[in-house]
Ligand binder design. Structure first.
Ligand code: NAD
Ligand code: TDX
Length: 339
């Protein structure tokens, strides 16, 4: 079995590479990643010398490069994690999101048609459903909830989903799509809420909470996302969408306070800053379908996952400190200064 994992030098893709290589010792894992600001070869250091692992630096929107890799590798399965993934950056600069998330997905599917594959899996997000109101805790996103996007990021991910479904219907491409809630865990780029708050708290810097911190996210430990995708690519029904989430809703303020408590830091570090434009209020996944069809259940409770995550950031300081002291510093200053 040969699997191309795009975006494997990023947060979830990197965790997926490790998960699959640990679980399936005879699978060949081919990572295709453009190494944007979010890609990091240090994440893949421990597998680089494994003969079952191969890395190509390539852009999924570069048709020639993608076709060449397909021609050479003849993969059975493609799992597409590659994307511009940060909502705030999509507000600053939408066009790269269309380029990678929409056109790049189109190129990958054309390659699948041209060379033939057993499965194309699109890693999507709960953000394609838009948001839910805070005063209706009875509402959840199901696979039939209409797409209703808020940010250029979520609009680009929804566009890609529609394209994937169109290639299934029109060209009979064997596709699946998963829509997962917010992930957390090792190798999470420090621009995102949880690693950003851990890094700032450790440096006794202000923790910038958007608005009142009342927005709700549904957190899932990254390994549980990997196990769900593993099940879908092997046992999921072609043409289907599967929601992935573990019923773990928390307000941003709750998450930030948990991190401060774990690190023994004062809540006075919290700074309320100007809200994100178009900020989604609440995400909440109904995972009934993947549970009843494929038997998936998350293994890690938030209380344990957040402890493991904090410990990982304490044990791997050089991984994230290299990032926050590099090019990212400019983004941070631009985004947060005077906010
Ligand atoms: P990330 O930003 O950490 O990693 C993205 C990776 O894709 C990086 O390695 C980057 O170099 C690579 N990449 C970007 N543009 C590329 C291109 N044009 N060609 C090839 N590679 C490219 O993102 P993540 O958080 O790991 O998210 C992975 C996927 O999961 C995304 O598709 C995202 O939409 C989806 N997702 C993320 C979450 C979450 O909470 N992080 C939740 C649900 C779904
Ligand atoms: O500095 C911050 N302060 C803050 O209050 C940042 C970076 C975030 N926030 C808030 C905004 C959100 O309500 O925290 C929440 C989480 O923010 P992000 O980590 O940026 O994630 P989110 O916008 O929810 O999107 C994430 O989950 C769905 C991923 O980045 C997406 O790729 C995924 O599709």
């Amino acid at each position: 079995m040969k699997i191309i994992v795009t975006g494997g030098a990023g947060f979830i893709g990197g965790n997926f590479v490790h998960y699959m290589m640990n679980k399936y010792k005879d699978y060949k894992i081919i990572c295709l990643d453009a190494l944007t600001y979010a890609g990091n070869m240090e994440t893949l250091e421990s597998v680089q010398d494994n003969p079952n692992f191969k890395f190509y630096k390539a852009d999924i929107a570069d048709r020639n490069a993608v076709y060449e890799i397909f021609e050479k590798e003849k993969p059975n399965i493609i799992v597409n994690f590659a994307a511009e993934s940060h909502v705030d950056r999509s507000i600053d600069n939408p066009s790269i999101f269309l380029q990678t998330n929409v056109l790049g997905t189109g190129v990958l599917m054309d390659a699948c048609r041209k060379y033939g594959i057993d499965r194309y899996h699109q890693v999507s997000t709960d953000e394609v459903y838009g948001d839910l109101p805070l005063d209706r805790p009875d509402l959840f996103f199901t696979e039939t909830t209409p797409l209703h996007t808020s940010s250029p990021y979520s609009a680009s991910k929804a566009s890609a989903d529609l394209l994937v479904q169109a290639y299934h219907r029109t060209f009979k491409l064997p596709v699946t799509i998963s829509r997962c809630s917010n992930n957390y865990g090792p190798y999470h780029f420090p621009e995102k809420l949880i690693p950003l708050m851990i890094a700032n708290a450790l440096a006794d810097k202000e923790l910038p909470v958007y608005g009142k911190g009342e927005n709700v996210r549904d957190w899932l430990y990254v390994e549980d996302h990997c196990s769900a995708i593993d099940l879908i690519i092997h046992k999921g029904r072609v043409g289907e969408v599967y929601n992935i989430g573990g019923h773990n809703e928390k307000t941003n303020l709750e998450v930030v306070k948990i991190i401060l408590k774990e690190l023994n830091k004062s809540e006075s570090l919290i700074k309320y800053v100007t809200d994100r434009p178009g900020h989604d209020m609440r995400y909440a996944i109904d995972p009934t379908k993947i549970h009843s069809e494929l038997g998936w259940l998350p293994a890690t409770k938030f209380e344990d996952g957040i402890k493991k995550t904090i410990q990982w950031y304490l044990d791997n300081k050089s991984w994230w400190q290299n990032i926050i002291n590099g090019e990212y510093k400019k983004y941070y200053d631009l985004h947060y200064k005077g906010r």
